[in-house]
Design a binder for this molecule. Structure first.
Ligand SMILES: Nc1ncnc2c1ncn2[C@@H]1O[C@H](COP(=O)(O)OP(=O)(O)OP(=O)(O)O)[C@@H](O)[C@H]1O
Ligand SMILES: [Mg+2]
Length: 269
């Protein structure tokens, strides 16, 4: 079982879209996915209630700092993947989820406001890493990228991020009407009415490539139940100790987000 968190402190960065698309892609491969919807407005849960819901995806709402650990424990035997769709500006929950995840994906659109939200998450991850003295596997994924952006422009963004020790997924999420359509009408990229959206096959290929890359990043270890941050935490903490108490031996001290610009992604548009 793997735990994947999707985080960006900025609202509207594309977190729920990435979370749902990944969930659909894993479900399409026959894997069981539990989606933790941390947004009080519960958009993922609303999508799940629309026609065309997928049995292999189960959505849990009402996730809080206090109950995240318990919910992970409750779902760990049911799910191949637990995807945590974090809402913006809830630092303690973001930090706790990051500390329990096999991978934190940070969706970033090529605008400065979004990049500040990403920088805030990167800063939180840095603090959890230093408090827990362990590495958190994390990477930025570019979202709503124009299909005209060149490989060269993306390479230069990757180099820029690498110079700050930040990994960037090779697969950007392209701006596609199919990704908006499923929110409004329900269903998945594989059940959408082809007549309603353009470039559906390209949208599917984009997601297949994203899911492959994500799966490589969280590649199943030899003993899935005995490794990964969440599983290690379970081994250390007796079942009746809230994981939130084990996660933070030191309280988080807020630090200003570092400057972080992705202007170069627009370079070749
Ligand atoms: N790749 C994309 N192509 C087309 N539309 C997109 C794409 N990514 C996101 N959107 C649209 O952008 C809007 C915001 O996306 P989304 O709800 O995923 O952001 P969010 O980060 O989850 O927001 P919040 O912080 O409010 O939870 C939605 O209308 C969504 O349909
Ligand atoms: Mg959302």
């Amino acid at each position: 079982m793997t735990v994947i968190s999707i985080a960006n402190a900025k609202g509207g960065a594309g977190k729920t879209t990435v979370a749902l698309l990944l969930a659909m892609e894993f479900a399409q491969k026959g894997e069981k996915v539990v989606l933790f919807d941390c947004d009080p407005l519960a958009f993922a849960a609303k999508w799940h209630r629309l026609p065309g819901a997928v049995d292999a995806i189960y959505v849990v709402t009402g996730i809080t700092f206090a109950n995240l650990g318990g919910n992970l424990r409750a779902q760990q035997d049911q799910a191949t993947h637990i995807i945590i769709d974090l809402s913006g500006a809830r630092d303690a929950l973001i930090a706790l989820a990051a500390g329990l995840s096999d991978l934190v994906l940070i969706p970033v659109q090529g605008c400065a406001m979004d990049a500040q939200g990403a920088a805030h998450v990167l800063d939180l991850i840095g603090q959890v890493e230093s408090n827990a003295r362990s590495h958190i596997n994390h990477a930025v994924v570019l979202t709503r990228v124009s299909s005209f952006v060149t490989t060269r422009a993306l390479r230069s963004v990757k180099a820029l991020l690498a110079s700050r020790n930040i990994a960037l997924l090779d697969t950007p999420i392209i701006e596609r009407s199919a990704y908006r359509d499923m929110f409004e009408h329900g269903g998945t990229l594989y059940t959408i009415d082809e007549a309603r959206v353009s470039n559906l096959a390209k949208a599917q290929r984009n997601m297949q490539s994203l899911a492959l890359e994500v799966q490589r990043l969280v590649a199943a270890p030899a003993h899935p139940q005995s490794s990964g941050p969440f599983a290690r935490m379970c081994q250390r903490a007796p079942a009746d100790v809230p994981l939130s108490q084990k996660a933070f031996e030191h309280p988080l001290t807020p630090r200003p987000a570092q400057a972080f610009q992705l202007d170069t992604v627009h370079a070749d548009r």
